[in-house]
Write a protein that binds this ligand. Structure first.
Ligand code: KG4
Ligand code: ZN
Length: 337
């Protein structure tokens, strides 16, 4: 019998609901929240209120698009964390209510695990090649930068982590300094395409092992601009594309160099990237070039599965369903794991 999972993602500022059947996406809807734009970042209280307003209509739409009714759902998967507590609470409460009303299992999902699991999403509109194990994955999202070894669908080991800011934060914070709204990553990526990546040099931090550090880069970017602005008050506007290209180049170089090191240390050639920053065109291209040189079997997710989406929660929920890993109605969201 087919297994149909309803999946809910509400960890940050996107309300997303997906329907997954036997690993295939039937629908995956995302309601973005524009309300945060004028504040320069996500306002937690506003995010949870917007989730409350969105969750019922988005679920309704996702089921309609998938061509299912509530009784077709075998289990409800939801993001337990990490994320904004108020936002997580909305998705968790909704998932609990749905599961309780239909008397079906409830499945908690770790958002970070789900980003990596996005590589196992099946979708009629894409190439459904999936990694084999062990799989080495660089997870780069707004709040996390990790190198992960996946040993099976649900078994992961973190072998590298950031000691301060995440790569996504480096994009967002440096973007803010240039006057961009949150999230700045996509705009930096777009402008970088028109700039010279070697125009400006920013120091790469030395961090031992497989760990990362991005806070020094943010500070050096800030000081660099402060000094140049003293000489030319229009320095940012006059050099925007080159600044974006140079910044993107240093961030993606740091990421790729560590991933190369991890590949050498582990001997794994099955390699991928995941999370919001994996939408970055410089990182995607850099990974493809490296894979070519190193003969890696490379996995670059489709754009729609890089940033936050419920399909990744659904695919993780599907594998947990097959293993009978269910949660009780007493489960509570966790801001941190
Ligand atoms: O995975 P995600 O959607 O949310 C979290 O779980 O955090 O990642 C969001 C992050 C933000 O920092 C955003 O600036 C970054 O992903 N991002 C990008 C691009 N698209 C999204 N960064 C660089 N280039 C992009 N094209
Ligand atoms: Zn995410």
């Amino acid at each position: 019998m087919a297994v149909t999972i309803l999946a809910i993602e509400s960890s940050c500022d996107d309300t997303s609901v997906a329907v997954i059947r036997d690993g295939y996406v039937l629908s995956n809807l995302i309601a973005n929240q524009d309300i945060h734009m004028s504040y320069g970042g996500v306002v937690p209280e506003l995010a949870s209120r917007a989730h409350q307003a969105n969750i019922v209509p988005v679920t309704h739409e996702a089921m309609l698009k998938a061509g299912i009714v509530a009784e077709d759902v075998n289990a409800v998967a939801f993001t337990r964390g990490p994320g904004l507590l108020g936002s997580l609470l909305v998705g968790t409460s909704f998932a609990k209510g749905f599961a309780l009303a239909l008397n079906i299992p409830l499945i908690e999902v770790n958002h970070l695990q789900a980003h990596v699991m996005a590589h196992f999403i099946l979708d009629d509109a894409k190439d459904n090649r999936v990694p084999s194990f062990p799989f080495l994955c660089l997870l780069v999202s707004g709040g996390h930068t990790r190198i992960i070894v996946m040993k099976s669908h649900l078994e992961m080991e973190v072998i590298g982590n950031t000691i301060d800011d995440a790569a996504g934060e480096a994009f967002d914070k440096c973007g803010k300094v240039m006057g961009f709204t949150y999230p700045a990553g996509p705009l930096i990526d777009k402008l970088a395409g028109e700039g010279n990546k070697n125009a400006f040099k920013f120091a790469k931090p030395y961090v031992k092992g497989l760990d990362f550090s991005f806070s020094g880069l943010k500070t050096s970017f800030l000081y660099f601009l402060r000094d140049r602005l003293k000489e030319d008050s229009d320095f940012i506007e006059n050099n925007l594309a080159d600044l974006c290209a140079s910044l993107q180049n240093v961030i993606t170089t740091i990421l790729i160099q560590k991933l190369i090191k991890a590949a050498e240390q582990t001997g794994i050639k099955e390699i991928g990237i995941a999370g919001g920053v994996s939408a970055n065109s410089g990182l995607r291209k850099g990974m493809i070039d490296e894979a070519d040189k190193k003969k890696w079997n490379i996995f670059i997710p489709e754009f729609r599965y890089t940033t936050d989406n419920a399909a990744m929660i659904g695919i993780t929920g599907y594998y947990k369903y097959l293993r009978g890993e269910f949660s009780g109605q007493d489960v509570i969201p966790l801001a941190r794991f």
